[in-house]
Design a protein around this ligand. Structure first.
Ligand SMILES: [Zn+2]
Length: 401
């Protein structure tokens, strides 16, 4: 009876607050295989690189960007074909050079842009160099997404991880900041793949341009939080931010819980949730240890074929089990929750970010999954959600197009 009243009170509080709270994807079952895009209907068509003529001299082709293009965010994805089928493509800008994998003839690569013109060079063995100039004109918006890392009153900011993996508060902040940049890029790339201009949300940043991840210490102990359901924790955090942040009503938040705990004996995870509604999206840290701490770790994290359950850790990967799949589901599911905060809704289209399409967010950044080349991303935006982002004042393009 008591339990029933608690549930009624929680629901009533949600209704009073006027916020629709939606746990992610109760309507769709995780699948072990990527969902093929369905034909027709509401599907948006991905941009596919064109096949080269047979026996042509090998070239590196950029498919998703045009020379001279202007973007409003700093982490750029470059994708296309290197027709001589190299195993890697090297991307250089003055001061940075990174190798990115290629599979069959497909490559995807990333580069950290500097404000102004960026002369990017792509090289691969036995291919002539390709150059492309991209202008980074930082998006200007008074509406900025605030990233948060949430601690208990007695917590030290560490999170669950396998032996040898950095798991302190500093590492958590690095992972969340990197995820924020990747998610910002993902929104822009998904809009582009749907035939729209590249636009995305702005992030609250430090004066040096790095992403600012706020630390919130809730007035609740780890023990107390471990007895609470995800919705209760969401409400506690919501009310705490409302009380303590003078800018609460002008902000949107994407928050991550540090105290998520998986017990490999009971197979239960506590203080782990995925909820988005009102101006707050909340996600647990059950698979945070699989996320990249920086741009330099993206390839290795998305290529990590170790199995999470071998380490007695929480597997939240749509039944795929590996570290890379947990990384993909974690980054995708938290972006899905943020999608609710931006007014996006479950569309019924299986490949949509707002359905289980989010499990495949790695497709936007990597040309390969296991041994399978990924010519184009399974993950898309349903037409209704493209519209929700296009009409959203939080989602903007470069300041000078
Ligand atoms: Zn949802």
């Amino acid at each position: 009876m008591m339990r029933r009243w608690i549930v009624v009170m929680i629901v009533a509080l949600g209704v009073i607050a006027g916020y629709a709270i939606r746990p992610y994807c109760p309507l769709t079952r995780p699948s072990t295989q990527p969902n093929p895009p369905a034909a027709g209907g509401q599907e948006t068509k991905p941009v596919e690189p064109t096949a080269p003529p047979v026996d042509a001299a090998p070239t590196i082709q950029v498919a998703n960007l045009s020379d001279g293009e202007v973007v409003g965010y700093p982490l750029l994805v470059i994708s296309g074909r290197a027709t001589g089928k190299p195993s890697k493509v090297t991307v250089t800008l003055p001061g940075q050079s990174r190798n990115w994998p290629a599979a069959e003839s497909f490559y995807r690569a990333m580069v950290q842009l500097n404000p102004g013109d960026n002369d990017i060079r792509l090289t691969a063995p036995n291919h002539p160099d390709t150059a492309i100039r991209i202008r980074y004109s930082p998006a200007q918006n008074t509406r900025r997404l605030r990233l948060l890392y949430v601690l208990s009153s007695d917590g030290d900011g560490s999170f669950q991880a396998p032996p040898g993996e950095p798991c302190d508060q500093v590492s958590a902040v690095r992972r969340i900041a990197t995820a924020g940049r990747m998610q910002q890029t993902a929104i822009a790339e998904l809009l582009h793949n749907a035939g729209q201009p590249r636009k995305s949300f702005c992030l609250e940043c430090n004066p040096d341009g790095s992403v600012d991840v706020g630390i919130v210490q809730l007035p609740l102990t780890t023990r107390q939080l471990h007895t609470m359901a995800g919705l209760q924790i969401w409400l506690e955090l919501y009310q705490y931010l409302q009380k303590t942040d003078p800018a609460f009503s002008d902000r949107k938040y994407l928050a991550f819980l540090s105290m998520t705990q998986f017990d490999s004996g009971t197979r239960k995870v506590i203080a782990h949730t995925a909820l988005g509604g009102g101006n707050l999206a909340l996600y647990g840290s059950g698979n945070l240890h699989t996320w990249p701490q920086s741009l330099d770790e993206i390839v290795s994290r998305f290529s990590d074929v170790r199995v999470v359950s071998d380490f007695g850790l929480y597997d939240d990967s749509a039944l795929r089990g590996t570290f890379w799949a947990n990384c993909a589901t974690g980054l995708g599911a938290s972006l899905h929750e943020l999608g609710h905060v931006f007014g996006m809704v479950h569309s019924g289209q299986s490949t949509d970010l707002m359905e289980r399409g989010f499990d495949h967010i790695n497709h936007l950044f990597m040309p390969v999954e296991g041994n399978q080349p990924i010519p184009s991303s399974v993950l898309q935006l349903a037409a209704s959600n493209v519209q929700a982002l296009s009409d959203n004042p939080w989602i903007v393009g470069p300041s000078v197009p």
